[in-house]
Ligand binder design. Structure first.
Ligand SMILES: *Cc1c(COP(=O)(O)O)cnc(C)c1O
Length: 354
């Protein structure tokens, strides 16, 4: 608390990211980072970057990266917006498209940054409870609204919604912007990007942080109708003209052009996810069906908060939220096969003690 804060700062309830411990080395399965390094082409692009160019401001519209993303998704650059991580792209969405008379809708259990942005931008919202199996039922989203946002697959539940369901929402709410946050879509879902050609109210957000192994570089993007992209650019240019630094722009191009590396990385992670899910089930966990690079699980005989603590003591970090309805769940990021093995071995020891 400080008397120097503006009134809104007193009201904020900021997002708490997963721990990034700097003291000791953990088996780190708590923030959905990719366990594999970025494509070798990224390292090549950074090593050969001409340092002298860092004197200059970067391209404010990240034109090269926008074109590379447009080419990758077989769309036009006018339909692509890039930002400093998808969190920034999401923030701009809240400013650009939400905050109308009617409330924004999102699930009660979802990415916890959404209510934070509502607080920052003064957006009225209403949460829609997930069903008992922690799935989104779009029939619960028939109320009038000033926008809809959710991740697909949802976080932290890892459950996937079909494209038919998303298309239905776009049709029901032609006067609202529907934002689909596809941070995890490459791990087993079908992207709604092709639908953006048919629905001018649909905006799809993706990130380089998870499936492209570049959380440290901060690159996110949105794809949708040029009018939506214009709205985002208006907000961007009222906030920070140069959201992506020059190195992020060249590294991003290198990453999106290496399709083979990307596909291999995603396959290794989905393979590990399927074997980890089976191993956890073998230890007595109930694991939700996951289409993401993490699993959401609970154990009938051990409380999630106790498991989280015991794992941390043994050097394995997972994410525990301690929020209503999900306070007995752990969210576990898929690591390398060795990391997954370390997790299950330590869980076996911990569970044997109780
Ligand atoms: C990780 C994540 C993001 C943020 O990604 P960045 O591009 O690293 O900012 C956005 N939405 C969801 C649902 C996420 O899990």
């Amino acid at each position: 608390m400080s008397r120097f804060w503006s009134p809104i700062v007193h009201q904020l309830a900021p997002y708490t990211p997963g721990e990034q411990p700097q003291d000791r080395s953990y088996v780190k399965l708590n923030t959905n980072e990719n366990p594999y390094p970025p494509s070798p082409r990224v390292s090549e692009a950074l090593k050969t970057y001409e340092m002298d160019r860092l004197r200059l401001y970067p391209d404010p519209v990240s034109g090269g990266l926008v074109r590379a993303i447009a080419t990758h998704f077989e769309t036009r650059p006018e339909r692509v917006f890039v930002g400093n991580g998808s969190d920034e792209v999401l923030a701009h969405c809240f400013k650009a498209f939400f905050g109308h008379q009617l409330p924004l809708l999102f699930p009660d259990i979802t990415y916890s940054f959404y209510p934070v942005y509502c607080g920052l931008f003064g957006v009225d919202f209403r949460t829609i409870p997930l069903r008992d199996d922690l799935s989104i039922a779009i029939s619960d989203y028939t109320v009038a609204n000033g926008g809809i946002i959710f991740p697909n697959p949802n976080a932290p539940t890892s459950r996937l919604l079909t494209l038919d369901a998303i298309e239905q929402l776009c049709q029901w709410h032609a006067d609202s912007v529907i934002v689909v946050d596809e941070a995890y879509i490459d791990f087993g879902g079908q992207s709604a990007i092709p639908l953006t050609g048919r629905y001018d109210n649909l905006l799809v957000i993706q990130t380089f942080s998870k499936s492209r192994c570049l959380a440290g570089l901060r690159i996110g993007y949105a794809i949708g109708h040029p009018d939506l992209i214009d709205g985002l650019n208006r907000v961007k240019d009222s906030f920070n003209s140069y959201p992506l630094d020059a190195l992020a722009q060249v590294a991003g191009i290198a990453a999106i052009e290496d399709q083979a590396y990307f596909e291999n990385c995603c396959r290794m992670i989905t393979d590990s996810r399927d074997s980890l899910s089976a191993d956890l089930t073998g230890l007595g966990f109930k694991v939700l069906p996951s289409a993401a690079n993490f699993v959401f699980a609970h154990h009938p005989d051990a409380h999630a908060s106790a498991l989280y603590q015991a794992l941390k003591q043994s050097g394995v970090l997972v994410r525990y939220f301690g929020k209503p309805r999900i306070d007995n769940y752990l969210r576990i990021t898929i690591g390398t096969p060795d990391e997954c093995r370390a997790l299950t071995e330590r869980l076996r020891t911990i569970l044997a003690r109780i």
